[in-house]
Design a protein around this ligand. Sequence first.
Ligand SMILES: NC(=O)c1ccc[n+]([C@@H]2O[C@H](COP(=O)([O-])OP(=O)(O)OC[C@H]3O[C@@H](n4cnc5c(N)ncnc54)[C@H](O)[C@@H]3O)[C@@H](O)[C@H]2O)c1
Length: 284
Amino acid sequence: MTEIRTIGVIGLGAMGGGIAQLAVEAGYDTIGREVTGELADAAAGRIGHFLTRKVEKGQLEQADRDAAVARLTTTTELEALAGCDLVIEAIVEELEPKRVLFAELDRICRPDAIFATNTSALSVTEIAAATSRPERVVGMHFFNPAPLMPLVEIVQAELTSAETVEAAAGVGTRLGKEVVRCHDTPGFVVNRVLIPLLNDCLRVLDEARVSPEDLDTAMTAGAGWPMGPCTLVDLVGIDVHVHASEALYDKLREPRMAPPARIVAMKNAGLLGRKSGRGFYSYD
Ligand SMILES: NC(=O)c1ccc[n+]([C@@H]2O[C@H](COP(=O)([O-])OP(=O)(O)OC[C@H]3O[C@@H](n4cnc5c(N)ncnc54)[C@H](O)[C@@H]3O)[C@@H](O)[C@H]2O)c1
């Protein structure tokens, strides 16, 4: 089995930045690729800042922070990832750009390198099919924010080898995550369960004419949820939830997957939850 020493992360946005942070903290030499030097510098700056915050909170030694930061390099050139043992992709959630990227990586990287996608809702199998090494392509589905959320789903596509699944699972464990293995089906595990469940909750707002506050209280006090569904959807982002619902509905055609009209209207009105300052609740 290829020993994973150097990790490439493509796309240093919300997810990729967090994954790169986890990788340098876990001792991997890490190369992050962005589309412009400005975006790459900004992402490296954010990672340095988050690690400094950990020092200030007493969670990390200064010397370990400095060593972690030194393990990160950034680039705009895909060729710079030629020596990576594992490349984790976290670019826009669209099939064609991901397939183009994986085909380029296939050309550039060693034949034994492993490619992982952090897609939430696309088919890992379709992404893998853009390469000549589908047995070495796997899903590594982290949750947002990646440095804080404990789970990673390791997704076995149709042709992914057991060896690749175990290599990815090993990296997930070394990154400090709880690892679950699953097959490549729409929504994998968590979103397959959570998206229709949240949509049911949101439909109950209208059916039972309960207020968002009372619905949240019902589910925290009556079902032991750590936070209520309206609070959770506000945190995730109304637009992100609508997009994930539509993606699942497109694939499964089950009415429960479709986003309720009420939150589609909220999205269209720019009520996106915490990030826009208003969703089910107001945030000042
Ligand atoms: N945000 C979430 O809650 C979440 C959770 C799990 C998985 N995901 C998945 O992770 C992926 C990334 O999502 P995100 O929220 O981090 O998006 P984002 O928009 O924050 O970041 C994407 C980044 O990729 C960069 N990029 C685009 N094309 C690129 C390319 N060819 N090479 C290098 N960089 C490129 C963009 O400049 C941007 O910085 C998506 O597939 C998404 O579905 C997102």
